[in-house]
Ligand binder design. Sequence first.
Ligand SMILES: [Zn+2]
Length: 386
Amino acid sequence: MSGLGVNRDYLKKRNRGLALKLVATKQCTSRIELSKEMGLTKTAISAIVGELIDRKYLVETEKEITKDQGRNPVGLEIAAASPRYAGVLIQRGYAEAILCDLSLKSFKYEKVEREWQSEQELMSTVTRLLDHMLENEENVAGIGVSSIGPVDVKAGIIKNPGYFNGIKNVEITAPLRERFSLPVYFDHDNQSAAMAEQLFGNGHGYQDILLVGIGRGVGCGIILGGKRCHSKFGYPPEIGHMSINNCGNTCICGNVGCLETYIASNVIEEKVRLATGKQMNYRDFCQREEEPEIRKIMEEMVWNLSSAIVSLVNILNFQIVLLGMDSVYWPERYVRMLEEIINERKFIRNEGTRTLVRKVAFLERTPVLGAACNALNKTFDGDLLN
Ligand SMILES: [Zn+2]
């Protein structure tokens, strides 16, 4: 009998989490819509919603008045008094933090730019950012952290990222949990960003999503069948070290022809400098693509990236490819160009199987929102509900 009780509690939490997810992501705005979407009776939905209102997760709203209806239909939305979630993003050269609610509405944001010289410097900055996010907040449910890879998600550790001043094996989850007495959830930066886009952004409604994040490294997030792809070893997928030329450039990883040796932001910035004699950052030269030298470099970059993506699309049949980090600055015509090349060259080209290419919806904010989603999604799973 006790086993049945555990199952019932588990199901109850799952259903409450799912109802919150559907309202927070605006898939459902009323009890009737929840009933249809979740396949539960109106009575069962009313019980779930009633409890979520009592616990201050949801509030009722008046939907638009229609003349023909006897009374105004009652809507549902995330309550102003609902819990908040802190997110911290760890990158080369900067860290960012955000505080938001279940619908990803943000209340605080802060960024610190610094080339990390030591683990202590990095962690004291992360702690200070979290202090600022949590200051005067009485209802914070959890902390989400995301970081450049490689990371060991299960152990909650940043392993040994390249170009990271030798900083390695940084414990994240355990010390933050102890310091803040809150649940802490950790994942890879692009995996987290892919989840934020799947829940709230341009990945919404898609099951199979590839997110590519171009920076000083080139990373990816993969969602398959609606779920984040994680290996048994705890390592997330990597695209930057996929070779696109077996006689190519030597990479820090020991392989040759790795994608990131061709299209990482600093590599492209250097190509632009050599071609134009001018030092420009990624965002700046993306705005000057009418210059022939820059246009040539960008087209070559799109071709190089397409080699890797076509191979991945052939293996995993992504519905949509989302471009993140520095590639949010691309002029739209390169986004279209990449989509055209992928669909001309991929193996399955039947009607209805077009692979879309879009920029991430939250642009520069996507990665830090992804960090927050690592915690927020635990509420949607039913694991982090009070
Ligand atoms: Zn490599």
